[in-house]
Design a protein around this ligand. Structure first.
Ligand code: HEC
Length: 213
């Protein structure tokens, strides 16, 4: 048991002071570069976590992806031409999921700071309930977005968004109605009649419509 520790030091390794039941330990430190890499990895973690997972809108991988997707969809604006912020257009775009996604990204980029992540309200009113302050008809949503309201408390967007973005975000806002999310502000304004139904079925659905006749 009490054999001489010097036998272990054959290859000029230095022994540490540790000994437990006669088992001793060589002093072989990790290489410096390895240790610094390890420390650097640990130091990298908190800023990375705070940046990407701290809840700031628009930074998660998922959101970056949908922004890229929306940017790509915007390239297709040529395909839909310049949209008019009228009832028929808004109602029909409420049905088009790929375009609503563009509206959603516009909303998440510019509107969540005042209207909440899901439209539940913050500084601005809850957009998911049945009550509105400045909106009586669906096209009023687009005009509030274009022109602002309450002397700029709701900013004017006509000079900052593409007209199609205004229509698409308005359709997205209209589509939030009825989700009835709990917000900090409660219902504001008056209850208004439901949005009109889409008049013409979109082309892609006409087949299933005629099949039922
Ligand atoms: C700086 C804060 C702020 C931002 C950013 C903002 N809003 Fe508003 N919004 C308001 C306020 C405040 C009101 C309520 C105005 C009032 O009291 O009449 C409002 C009202 C509205 C209304 C009418 C709601 C109602 O009940 O009449 C709509 C629709 C709306 N905002 C959509 C948007 C959209 C879409 C965006 C992003 C493009 C946006 N807002 C960005 C503050 C904001």
């Amino acid at each position: 048991m009490s054999s001489t520790p010097t036998e272990n030091t054959a290859n000029d390794s230095v022994l540490t002071e540790h000994a437990y039941d006669g088992i001793e330990e060589f002093d072989n430190p990790l290489p410096g570069w390895w240790k610094w890499l390890f420390i650097a990895c640990i130091a990298f973690c908190p800023p990375y976590f705070l940046y990407y997972h701290g809840g700031t809108p628009g930074r998660s991988i998922e959101e970056i992806y949908s922004q890229a997707l929306a940017a790509n969809t915007r390239l297709q604006f040529a395909e839909i031409g310049e949209l008019q912020p009228d009832e028929a257009t808004l109602v029909s775009f409420m049905e088009k999921d790929n375009w609503l996604r563009v509206g959603k990204i516009v909303f998440q980029t510019h509107c969540v700071s005042c209207h909440g992540r899901e439209g539940e309200g913050k500084v601005g009113p809850n957009l998911t309930d049945e009550s509105y302050k400045n909106v009586k008809k669906i096209e009023d949503i687009a005009s509030v977005i274009n022109n602002g309201a309450a002397a700029g408390a709701m900013p004017q967007w006509s000079n900052r968004l593409h007209p199609n973005e205004v229509v698409l975000v308005a359709a997205y806002v209209a589509s939030m109605r009825g989700e009835m999310l709990e917000g900090p502000r409660g219902a504001e304004g008056k209850e208004i009649p439901p949005w009109p139904e889409a008049v013409e079925a979109p082309e892609s659905e006409s087949e299933s419509d005629s099949a039922s006749e």
